[in-house]
Design a protein around this ligand. Structure first.
Ligand SMILES: *Cc1c(COP(=O)(O)O)cnc(C)c1O
Length: 363
């Protein structure tokens, strides 16, 4: 492999006034920074010289394998600007390891963890001015890998490309930490046994868009998927993991069963909850248990979690023939306390006792 020095091609930077106008209200995923990282892999020579390039379109052959067979995996993490001006990312090595887990399942090459982390640092440092200063604003980073061989035969590609792009982000759901309604998908699944449910790949998202449209038509912001074989068993949302909170303070979340994406937010919250002395049960959860628990008062809160939306309280679960409603009880105190703890660590107002932050730019 090459060393971790990037070939740099400076971009014409966006004028500061224009950039600041975007940063005042970035939304989510609408705008992109001045640069991007690109690293080519070939079966013969492995990972090539890493490059920092001006952000822009990439040339691709119409026969490129990703366009036909969907060999693609991705990641999502954020850079946070803190009070003292420093910029950090959160557990980037975890994203690197997970990208490699996903890559293995999609028969793509694995990237050395240090190269992944260096690529993220390189882009954040180059485009540091794009890390917003506003409350709850971040720079969302999207590392991804595509198969990029011009060949229509069906086999794993012998050429791939890893890239990182960055997009300034405000809160994921407009309206702050308002509870969301989620739709129980009873017709469609996102994963099945032996499938790609545990991999972060574009194909899973493609499969979730139709049910997502169905959810939107029902006035819901997200979809809850259950196990395709045992439809009462809760898996997760289209892009977020799910937690229930019991009245006694215990957190409940579906165990990793091969269909669920192992969220880094999920994993971090489990650690933070245990630090606080809370019990956490990772086990099979069912919609029936959720329904019965809300009815008898033993389940008091539900929330979804993921990097993009952090922790989002769930106000309602709607299905064709019933609704579970937390009403005025959402967002609940446990949901809010965990959210505050996690974002506090990320933005530097709470101690990072686990060493989760990677300092990219000094304050
Ligand atoms: C990315 C993702 C999550 C959340 O993972 P984080 O690491 O917490 O961002 C959950 N479910 C799915 C399907 C995902 O793609």
């Amino acid at each position: 492999m090459t060393e971790l020095t990037f070939t740099r091609t400076e971009a014409a930077r966006m004028p500061a006034a224009e950039r600041e106008a975007i940063l005042a209200d970035p939304g989510f995923g609408n705008h992109f920074t001045d640069h991007m990282v690109s690293i080519v892999w070939t079966k013969e020579d492995g990972w090539q010289q890493p490059e920092l390039l001006p952000y822009g379109p990439i040339q691709m052959d119409p026969a490129s394998s990703v366009l036909h067979y969907g060999q693609e995996v991705f990641e999502g993490l954020k850079a946070y600007r803190r009070e003292d001006g420093s910029i950090v990312t959160f557990r980037p090595d975890e994203n690197a390891k997970r990208l490699n887990d996903s890559a293995r399942r999609l028969a793509l090459p694995e990237i050395p963890v240090e190269l992944f982390v260096a690529a993220v640092r390189e882009l954040v440092a180059a485009d540091a001015e794009w890390v917003p200063r506003g409350a709850d604003q971040t720079l969302y980073l999207r590392p991804f890998m595509i198969a990029d061989e011009s060949f229509l035969g069906v086999r794993s590609a012998e050429r791939a490309r890893f890239m990182v792009i960055a997009s300034p982000a405000g809160p994921y759901f407009s309206g702050g930490v308002k509870p969301v309604s989620i739709w129980l998908s009873q017709q469609y699944a996102r994963a099945g046994r032996g499938g790609t449910g545990a991999a972060k790949c574009g194909g899973n998202y493609a499969a979730s868009l139709l049910p997502q449209n169905e959810a939107a038509a029902q006035g819901c912001q997200q979809v809850l998927f259950t196990d395709s074989a045992t439809p009462d068993t809760i898996d997760e949302l289209g892009g977020m993991n799910l937690f229930l909170v019991r009245a006694d303070g215990t957190l409940l979340t579906p165990q990793l069963n091969g269909n669920i994406l192992e969220g880094i937010t999920r994993k971090s919250l489990i650690e933070l909850a245990r630090d606080r002395g809370m019990a956490v049960e990772e086990r099979e959860l069912t919609v029936s248990e959720w329904r019965a628990g809300v009815a008898d008062g033993s389940i008091t809160e539900a929330f979804a979690c993921g990097t993009a939306a952090v922790i989002t309280p769930i106000g309602q679960l709607k299905a064709t023939d019933f609704t579970i409603d937390f009403g005025a009880a959402a967002p609940g105190p446990t949901t809010l306390a965990l959210r505050e703890e996690l974002t506090g660590i990320q933005f530097g107002t709470r101690a990072d006792t686990h060493g989760w932050l990677d300092l990219v730019v000094k304050g």
